[in-house]
Design a binder for this molecule. Structure first.
Ligand code: NIG
Ligand code: FE
Length: 419
């Protein structure tokens, strides 16, 4: 299959030699070429350039030409934080919030993550897989071309392993890159467990099994009052680092309890949420970002801020401090029941004051890098899989934020195949 996309109004994120990520201050300079063309062969990008230097078509055989006039082309979204495997929606909890209860009150009364865990524990693996499969197809149609998926709604060894096997099955079935994250410390299970005893159980019993079966690319934990302390999470991260599984942390969603510094000290790949960021936390992230070494991403989740009516992560300040920022959906049934990355990019602009190229970079190149997928996703490069978005005709990239009730994406291609 050969395709030529011509008259592209703006080609975003295309490089001869794609960088691995962009730091906060570089994000606004994500590659942008006006009036461009791009060629695809056998599902891969084989060439691109400016229309003014278009070499012409020598071989017309089997060539499909797509006129992209007025439209932008960019890498497919890279969603670096999702809980896409879950058993049931929690619309009832949403209604309870509309009737005056807070997310924390609902969770303290046995709802929230515990509610999701109950439903998941009793759901057969096959059903869990087929529901997740449909969700994944849906978000791919919306433009997601690489995705991270977490466990964490199991809260028993058996159910956590079940979730991770479902993610492993999705990896085999689907063409897009998928990263599996073992969210071992998500909530303290009901019964006699404390955060300390569950963390110890995870470290001693579960993590070795997960590592042995090669079921996780990352580990993750919820560092928050009423969930897991910075000490609990540190013990978990140390154990996973010993097994060469890097970490991510849900941190500062409601409170700043030392998770940012602890995460930095334990070499996490990303710190996610960050809605409540203290000055000290911001300084620690800035220092870390400007001290070289492998990048540590601040992953903002505006869908969660929107849905729970909590603050948005201070992304503008993070980028100004040169911290590399990623944007992700947090797709889950409790705090962000949407896997729509286009909507996340739009919120990045409207609610977090990101420039269009910053928001797109956060949702592509930096999202990919936050998943350790910089080599295969998040940018357009020769020889790379054609995971691409074609927008509707638009005046400028800012239309993706401006026309906030509209879908900006017209066509999605994963491995050169239209979704
Ligand atoms: O990222 N913060 C913790 N965990 C998830 C979802 C929690 C839930 O199911 O309510 C999140 O928001
Ligand atoms: Fe999450």
């Amino acid at each position: 299959m050969r395709m030529l996309w011509k008259n592209i109004k703006g080609l975003v994120g295309a490089y001869d030699q794609p960088p691995t990520h962009l730091s906060g201050k570089e994000m606004r300079n994500f590659a942008f070429m006006e009036d461009a063309w791009l060629a695809i062969e056998d599902g891969k990008v084989v060439d691109f350039g400016a229309m003014s230097e278009f070499p012409g078509i020598v071989d017309w055989s089997g060539l499909e030409v797509l006129d992209c006039s007025g439209r932008y082309v960019m890498p497919a979204w890279c969603d670096s934080h999702t809980h896409l495997v879950f058993a049931a929606p929690r619309g009832g909890e949403f209604l309870a919030r509309l009737e005056g209860k807070s997310y924390q009150e609902i969770a303290a009364a046995g709802g929230g993550i515990l509610n999701s865990a109950k439903a998941l524990q009793s759901m057969p693996e096959e059903q869990l897989l087929s529901d997740a499969r449909e969700r994944l197809k849906h978000v791919m149609k919306l433009g997601t071309g690489a995705i991270e998926i977490k466990s964490g709604y199991g809260l028993t060894s058996e159910a956590e392993l079940k979730m991770l096997r479902v993610i492993a099955a999705l990896k085999v079935e689907f063409d897009l890159p998928i990263r599996a994250t073992f969210l071992g410390c998500h909530a303290v299970p009901e019964g006699d467990w404390t955060s300390e005893s569950w963390t110890e159980h995870v470290i001693k019993e579960l993590l070795p099994k997960v590592a042995e079966a090669n079921l996780a690319d990352y580990v993750d934990a919820f560092c928050e009052e009423g969930y897991f302390s910075a000490d609990d999470v540190e013990a978990f991260l140390k154990a996973s680092n010993d097994l060469s599984i890097p970490g991510k942390v849900h941190v500062n969603q409601f409170n700043s309890i030392g998770g940012v510094k602890m995460g930095i000290e334990n070499s996490v790949r990303s710190l996610d949420h960050l809605e409540e960021l203290s000055v000290d936390d911001l300084e620690a992230l800035a220092l870390r970002s400007n001290s070289g070494g492998s990048p540590l991403f601040a992953c903002a989740l505006p869908g969660c801020s929107y849905f729970l009516s909590i603050p948005y992560a201070p992304v503008r300040r993070l980028m100004d401090a040169n911290v590399p920022v990623a944007l992700a959906t947090d797709f889950n049934p409790g705090s962000a029941p949407s896997g729509n990355m286009g909507r996340v990019v739009q919120m990045g602009m409207v609610k977090m004051k990101m420039h269009p190229l910053e928001a797109i970079a956060a949702a592509t190149i930096n999202g990919a890098a936050a998943m350790g997928l910089a080599d295969v996703a998040g940018t357009i490069g020769i020889g790379r899989s054609a995971n691409l978005l074609l927008t509707k005709p638009m005046d400028g990239l800012e239309t993706m934020g401006y026309a906030f009730g509209e879908e900006s994406v017209e066509k999605v291609f994963i491995g050169g195949v239209q979704q």
